[in-house]
Write a protein that binds this ligand. Structure first.
Ligand code: PLP
Length: 442
């Protein structure tokens, strides 16, 4: 195994390293999105990808990996799914973009509303970032209030309002996590603790009549996987109702993934507004925000909230989205859940028998993996738990060994491991066997 590993490593570093050096001459840090750099897992260069098919992804050196990133969850059917590729090809032949209305947009919207009835009206945009940014704009217009509440560790894209997290000593102020965010914007973003209704209630109490919306990833997927505890989402629904604040579910990951109807169907809590992305484009650039008719009617051209996009509802992206949603059946969710359960069980059993303390938190095809101190068996409930109890270093070591053995996990400790409908039982078995090999050595 070891010799095989070394040879594999030598191969992975050749072309990818050369291409990364070239990329750094032109692109900031050699990448177009920071986590792609593999800096978070201590590697000198990222893999450069040549192609992906089914559950496998290939780098420029010809190495094959089982893909658990799935374009950050977008590729729910795996890569290059035949009916999606056919739809995209045929759409491309009819023109790449018109900047004008097409019936395909309504067809995709209809499929979305059939699965998520709370989206009475929606608007397509091109990225999840645009969806969340626009959702809070319309929430602010509807409530005539400025502040929003988000949760520590939840990611809602990179618009100014969301790149904020509470500093521990600054309960009433917010500090910007990213440079370049004006204080005036940051101070309108209040930060609560996931799975902690009391933290939300106290922010609402201290900001009476000022909170436009509470926005949440109903299953947090950007700090590993942190499911909502029983009563948490229901409690948020009630608090928002009592304070006339809107409840926004950011289902950019969970929509059409943990259930066809997303978290709102799985947990039976109805938000006022919903943001979608990732799966609804099956790998193409499309996202959406939508919800209550009386709120969405404020968006231009019906109302005074301006929001537009040259490529919004693009015909290639809507073609990919329609084909993706058409291919998803209830059996697809059952299959992904069964594979997820198998992965979870295998990892847990192997860790237990090796004496490694790994905690696996899973909702359907979303799996989070946390390396904890010996003896720590409490659930990971929020970002504080992650900061204080989970080992980044252990994950990095694990990631690197897995990668060198043909398994591509997310290149960051607290992202989600995604399963697609085309992962196989054999993929899962191979993954568990490789993990077992490393657990035994640690
Ligand atoms: C990925 C993601 C976004 C941002 O979507 P982009 O298309 O990357 O802008 C927003 N919210 C959540 C929950 C996400 O996972």
């Amino acid at each position: 195994m070891q010799r095989e590993q070394k040879a594999h490593q030598a191969r992975t570093e050749n072309q990818s390293r050369r291409l990364f050096q070239r990329a750094q001459q032109y692109l900031v840090g050699g990448v177009d999105s920071p986590v792609r750099s593999f800096k978070g897992v201590g590697r000198e260069n990222p893999l450069f990808i040549s192609k992906a098919r089914g559950s496998k992804i290939f780098d420029v050196d010809g190495n094959e990996y089982i893909d658990y990133v799935c374009s950050w969850g977008a590729s729910i059917l795996g890569s290059a799914y035949p009916s999606v590729v056919r739809s995209v090809r045929s759409a491309a032949a009819r023109g790449l973009s018109y900047g004008a209305a097409t019936d395909q947009e309504s067809r995709l919207a209809e499929k979305i509303r059939n699965s998520m009835p709370s989206l009475e009206l929606l608007r397509f945009v091109s990225s999840g970032t645009e969806a969340t940014m626009s959702a809070i704009r319309v929430a602010r217009a509807f409530t005539k209030r400025n502040k929003i509440i988000k949760f520590d560790g939840c990611y809602h894209g990179h618009s100014d309002s969301f790149l904020v997290r509470a500093g521990s000593g600054l309960a009433t102020f917010s500090i910007a996590d990213s440079a370049g965010i004006p204080d005036g914007v940051a101070s309108d973003t209040l930060v609560a603790r996931f799975n902690d209704l009391g933290s939300v209630k106290s922010l609402l109490d201290r900001n009476t009549g000022q909170v436009a919306a509470v926005i949440i990833e109903p299953v947090a997927g950007n700090m590993g996987v942190v499911p909502p505890e029983a009563g948490f989402l229901e409690g948020l629904r009630q608090l928002c109702g009592e304070t006339n604040s809107l409840l926004i579910f950011d289902e950019v990951i969970t929509g059409f993934r943990i259930a066809r109807g997303g978290a709102q169907a799985l947990y039976r809590v109805q938000p006022d507004l919903t943001c979608l992305g990732k799966v609804i484009g099956g790998g193409m650039n499309i996202a959406a925000y939508g919800g209550r008719k009386d709120v969405m009617q404020l968006v231009s051209p019906l109302g005074p909230v301006y929001q537009a996009g040259t490529l919004s509802g693009n015909p290639i992206a809507t073609a990919a989205g329609i084909a993706t949603l058409d291919a998803l059946r209830s059996s697809s969710y059952a299959k992904m859940d069964a594979l997820g359960a198998r992965l979870e069980q295998g990892l847990v059993n192997s860790a237990v028998s090796s004496g490694v303390n790994v905690r696996v938190q899973r909702v359907g095809s979303m799996t989070g993996l946390f390396f904890l101190e010996r003896g720590d068996d409490a659930p990971v409930r929020n970002y504080d738990d992650i900061k204080t109890r989970c080992s980044r270093e252990k994950y990095s070591q694990f990631f690197n060994v897995m990668l060198e053995n043909g398994i591509y996990l997310p290149p960051s400790a607290y992202e989600t491991i995604f399963i697609s409908t085309v992962h196989s039982a054999l993929d899962i078995t191979k993954t568990i066997r490789t993990a077992d090999f490393w657990f035994k050595q640690n």
